[in-house]
Write a new protein. Structure first.
Lengths: 606, 491
């Protein structure tokens, strides 16, 4: 079992190396690599369903006990690993077509495979130390992939913003680990939250880290910027897997976070679910609509983790991964058809590319929670779980209405009558095949709820009549609002377009003060500390020395004069030492230093 | 065989030989320098094979020198000394391979680099205060000439400032040494092993505090700790590439090594009273160094200031290990982390200064605003500097992460607030390096940089070994930690 765990992590890395060197056949090599890499994950799933569990550990920091790195096979880790491997396989296959005309295709595909390695490490990690290691590595790889189009200014800027936002939130993960280690003496999963302030740090820190990674309000802005990356990257990292790591962290830590920390996470998620839906409604770019939708859906998973427990959150995570990746892959096909993702440019694109439209429709129906598609069942489980919590329930229903609305809005634009402009796109068949397969999964995964719960040995996601009725009403209201052409008041629309001003707020509260502080510190360092104080001390010392010399010169008397002559003679002799040869200076310096030390020491001893 | 003495003496002999040979043998200095540095590294590797990580200070080589004062040629190793010597020897080999001044390496340059190496190794291996002090000052002289002879535009100013500032720092160290030596039971001794065992200046009275502060100020200037750091940007910016590599990679460690070897091991009681103020100065260095670096537009100055940040972590760790009531585990974590951070910073910052040098020889500028889009013409270079940047911002999988994490873990037990605030430093360093990456390496490539050649063989030979070690230590830090094992030699 341990060998299979390692295979899940390392096979994508080997595939990445092979792809990097494969040249023009990189698409075939990458696809084969991703397929082979998915096999051990599925084998482990079967084994885990049969009750198999395994761990592997190694001491990483030997100075103190409890600082091991390790991998583990359990129900949660294997479900995540299979999700990552399967969505990864579909996206890698798709990317072979998407990057058909890209000269750096091997690098792009290798980047996706390398990400799969780190992401599998994250979900299979045993203990918070290993989790932290891969958690940060996926963040760095994400930045690298967003900036893939490095000549274009948006990519690098989006990458920097994504990495800095998530790393700022990761301070929470570091501090939580420090507090957990101090309080519990271990970084293993499943320990109890320590009491007092340490427990508070653990709770706040983990929730903060999860919020950053999963782009929860008010930190959601980086995900919109990340859309500057290639679309397969958006599909794999920024919708299906990496951003879901925050949800995984909450689920993995649910003993540690029981009580108020999960309550906070639930509120953050519920608010983000609505905020993301509002933002999605106002975006003018297809990928940005989908990004905002992702934050909204991840918010629902936070509610699920807080209100319903592991099975509810993970069920929606899996269903959403399939549905949202499907949407992104379809968006990438439109992007190739029309050379862009601005909604205005995509008007009528669905009529030109009916395969892409069909795929998009399946993904949209699932994410909009229309029965019998997968995300209907998983989202309804969240609604049912939130029934005991009026505030969350209201926000979840509102988000559901929003979800139906923003997806219908986009679908109507894609299907609008427009002049026929269908170009022939290289790689289209490969893209359609991969996206279609994933779309099919969006249909079938609705049945996964009960087996998933059994595997996680949790309560199966319950669906109540109330929740179904309420959800359907909400979706109908959302869709109806779009069909009736209902428009938000201007200030609300403007705020939504601006991402509800979260970025502006972060800029004012965090970025601007830090930049100002940096400038002031640099100026102080240069002018005051170094210029005035250090160099100033030097200048003053010199001036005192000069003044003293003048003073002495005027007071010369005969005796001193004679002494000076003697010194002068000695100096003239000494001048011969000034040969200008460096090695002689070196020798003299050493000898001189020794002499001084010996003299002082002798004087002290005597 | 006295392998430690061999490791120290070989570079010094090499230096003497290069000077003695006639200048008509143009290739000789380069060959001699490379062989001497390589053989010295080999002698250290033999030492690794003979070394027992659990045994503390060991393999002591001793020869009488000034018996009345108990001054002797006394060398010995523990995990910290051996690890730092290995790192230094590797950096010296890389610096010599890259060279200083005209190619091939001239006589003076070779002699200076080799004397600097000999002095550095002697400093780390010295178990006699007399040798310790002489080596400490010798490094200063050699570095002074490296800057003054081959530096940039303001080389005289920078060299003099570096020399005077650190010389002022070494004077209190001398006073401290004399005070410690004289206070030994019975006859005075310069034997550092005895002084560390007997700790003649116990307690934290006025005398002990003064001796502590004398050493602290000297080492603080060398490290450097804010506010004693302003010699550093000037010296780093003006020094030739290999000089900056050695200055940041090796010479800064003399300061923190001294803090551990002398302040922590010989004056623990006094250190315990000053532990929190020292930690706060370390924290100040972490945050202030990062903030000032964030505002820099000169790539070399930017990297120089991040050294203040990274060495600040080491200071926090040493202070935490000195604090009263800390558990042995947290103490070992802090010092293991501190020593690993010294290694990692040496390798990473060495690599970064090489990278800046490579770009400067091509574009003749280091201004972030003037550079841009360099990834396009120089993809290999771009990937390698990106790796070094990510290493420097403490990304897991690379060498500084296990170092900083252990420092955080150790310091958190002593002062949770200090450790928690220090973690913010990793966000600031991320901002520093990503901003530099974005401005200089990504984006559109200006016309004038489109034809830049990628790295050549000499540059790769200097850079790659450092980065390979950075990755190796990041993935499997026990490569160094099993050697360091500070638990076995800390009091």
């Amino acid at each position: 079992m341990v060998a299979l765990l390692w295979a899940v992590v390392l096979l994508p890395l080997a595939a990445a190396a092979a792809t990097r060197l494969a040249g023009p056949r990189a698409d075939v090599v990458a696809l084969a690599g991703a397929a082979v890499a998915a096999i051990p994950a599925w084998i482990l799933l079967v084994a885990a369903a049969g009750g198999e569990r395994a761990t592997w550990a190694m001491t990483w920091l030997p100075a103190a006990p409890g600082l091991d790195v390790g991998l583990r096979l359990d129900a949660l880790s294997v479900v995540m690993a299979v999700t990552v491997a399967s969505v990864g396989l579909a996206v890698v296959a798709y990317a072979g077509g998407y990057f058909a005309n890209e000269p750096r295709r091997p690098a792009a595909l290798a980047g996706l495979l390398a990400f799969l390695c780190a992401m599998q490490g994250l979900v299979l990690a045993d203990g918070y130390l290993t989790l932290l290691i891969f958690w940060e590595i996926v963040g760095a790889l994400s930045a690298r992939l967003i900036a893939f189009d490095r000549a274009e200014p948006d990519g690098p800027a989006g990458a920097v913003r994504a990495f800095l936002t998530t790393r700022a939130a990761d301070v929470g993960l570091y501090v939580a680990l420090l507090a957990l280690y101090a309080g519990a003496g271990t970084l293993a999963f499943g320990s109890e939250r320590p009491g007092g302030e340490l427990g508070a740090l653990v709770g706040i820190g983990l929730v903060l880290a999860a919020m950053g990674k999963s782009a929860q309000a008010p930190l959601q802005g980086w995900l919109a910027g990340a859309m500057a990356g290639p679309t397969p990257v958006s599909a794999l990292l920024h919708s299906a897997t990496m951003v879901a790591a925050g949800v995984y962290l909450l689920v993995r830590s649910h003993e540690l976070l029981a009580g108020w920390p999960l309550e906070i996470a639930g509120w953050v998620g519920a608010i983000t679910a609505v905020a993301g839906a509002v933002i999605a409604l106002a975006q003018q770019d297809l990928k940005r609509v989908l990004a905002a939708s992702t934050t909204s859906q991840l918010g629902l998973m936070f509610v699920g983790a807080a209100a319903g427990g592991p099975a509810v959150a993970i069920f929606h995570l899996v269903a959403h991964a399939a549905g949202k990746a499907t949407l992104f892959l379809a968006a990438g096909m439109f992007q190739h058809d029309r050379e862009g993702t601005a909604l205005e440019r995509l008007r009528g694109a669905g009529r030109d590319d009916r395969a892409a439209m069909a795929i998009f429709a399946v993904g949209a129906l699932s994410i909009a929670a229309v029965p019998p598609f997968a995300a209907f069942w998983s989202k309804d489980a969240i609604t049912a779980a939130a029934e005991g919590h009026a505030g969350w329930l209201a926000l979840v229903l509102l988000a559901g209405a929003g979800g139906a609305a923003y997806l219908l809005r986009v679908a109507r634009i894609l299907w609008a009558p427009a002049p026929h402009t269908r170009p022939v796109v290289a790689g289209h068949r490969m893209m359609a095949g991969a996206a279609g397969t994933l779309a099919a999964a969006s249909v079938g995964l609705g049945l996964a709820g009960a087996p998933l719960a059994a595997l996680l040995s949790a309560q199966p996601p319950a669906i109540t009549v109330t929740s179904v009725v309420l959800s359907l009403i909400a979706a109908a209201v959302g869709a109806g609002a779009i069909l009736l052409g209902w428009r938000a008041p201007a200030p609300v629309a403007a705020a939504a377009r601006a991402g509800l001003y979260a970025d502006a707020m972060l800029r004012t509260v965090v970025q601007a003060p830090v930049a100002l502080g940096a400038r002031l510190a640099a100026r102080w360092d240069d002018r005051m500390l170094d210029g005035a104080i250090v160099d100033g001390t030097g200048r003053v010392t010199l001036r005192i020395a000069h003044a003293q010399r003048r003073l002495e010169e005027r007071r010369i008397d005969a005796a001193v004069d004679e002494l000076a002559r003697a010194v002068g003679r000695a100096g003239a002799q000494n001048r011969r030492l000034q040969t200008g040869r460096l090695h002689e200076y070196l020798r003299d310096t050493v000898l001189g230093t020794m002499a001084v030390v010996v003299l002082i020491a002798l004087a002290a001893v005597l | 065989m006295p392998w430690l003495t061999i490791a120290v003496v070989l570079p010094l002999l090499g230096a003497a030989l290069t000077v003695a040979l006639p200048s008509s043998l143009r290739a000789a200095p380069q060959v001699i320098a490379l062989s001497a540095a390589a053989l010295s590294l080999l002698a250290l590797l033999v030492t690794v094979a003979r070394f027992d990580p659990g045994a503390g200070m060991q393999l002591v080589e001793e020869a009488r020198w000034i018996p009345s004062l108990d001054v002797a040629w006394r060398l010995g190793v523990d995990g910290m000394a051996l690890a730092l010597c290995l790192m230094s020897a590797i950096l010296f080999l890389a610096a010599i391979a890259y060279g200083v001044g005209p190619r091939p390496l001239g006589r003076t340059a070779a002699a200076l680099l080799l004397s600097l190496e000999g002095a550095t190794l002697a400093f780390f291996l010295a178990e006699d205060f007399f040798l310790f002090y002489v080596a400490f000052d010798l490094t200063l002289v050699a570095m002074y000439f490296l800057i003054a002879l081959w530096g940039g535009e303001r080389k005289r100013y920078a060299a003099l400032k570096f020399f005077l500032y650190t010389l002022i720092g070494s004077l209190p160290v001398l006073l401290g040494i004399i005070a410690l030596s004289l206070s030994a039971d019975g006859a005075p001794t310069f034997d550092m092993i005895r002084l560390a065992d007997e700790r003649p200046i116990a307690g934290s009275g006025l005398g002990a505090s003064l001796v502590f502060l004398a050493f602290f100020v000297g080492f603080a200037i060398k490290t450097p700790i804010v506010p004693f750091h302003t010699w550093l940007p000037a010296a780093h910016v003006e020094a030739p590439t290999a000089g900056s590599v050695l200055l940041a990679g090796v010479l800064l460690k003399l300061g923190t090594y001294g803090l551990v070897r002398v302040n922590l091991q010989m004056l623990p009681d006094a250190f315990a009273t000053f532990a929190l103020p020292v930690a706060l100065l370390g924290l100040l260095s972490v945050l202030y160094g990062a903030l000032v670096a964030l505002a820099q537009t000169d790539l070399k100055r930017l990297i120089a200031y991040t050294s203040v940040n990274h060495m600040g972590y080491v200071v926090i760790a040493v202070a935490a290990a000195a604090s009263a009531g800390i558990s042995p585990e947290a103490r070992a974590l802090a010092i293991d982390g501190a020593v690993l951070q010294m290694l990692a910073h040496g390798l990473v910052t060495g690599a970064l200064f090489f990278c800046v040098g490579f770009i400067q020889t091509r574009t003749h500028t280091r201004e972030l605003g003037a550079l841009g889009g360099l990834m396009q013409p120089m993809p290999v270079y771009g990937s390698l500097i990106a790796l070094a940047f990510f290493a420097s911002l403490g990304l897991p999988g690379l060498a500084q992460f296990p170092a900083e994490l252990q420092i955080f873990l150790g310091a958190f037990e002593a002062w949770p607030a200090v450790a928690a605030v220090a973690v913010i430093g990793i966000v600031l360093t991320a901002a520093i390096f990503l901003r530099a990456l974005q401005r200089a390496f990504l984006g559109e490539t200006p016309e004038r940089w489109t034809g830049l050649p990628d790295l050549d063989r000499r540059e790769l030979v200097a850079l790659l070994p450092l980065l390979v070690l950075v990755v190796a230590l990041g993935v499997y830090p026990r490569l160094a930690l099993d050697l360091i094992s500070s638990g076995s030699w800390l009091p």
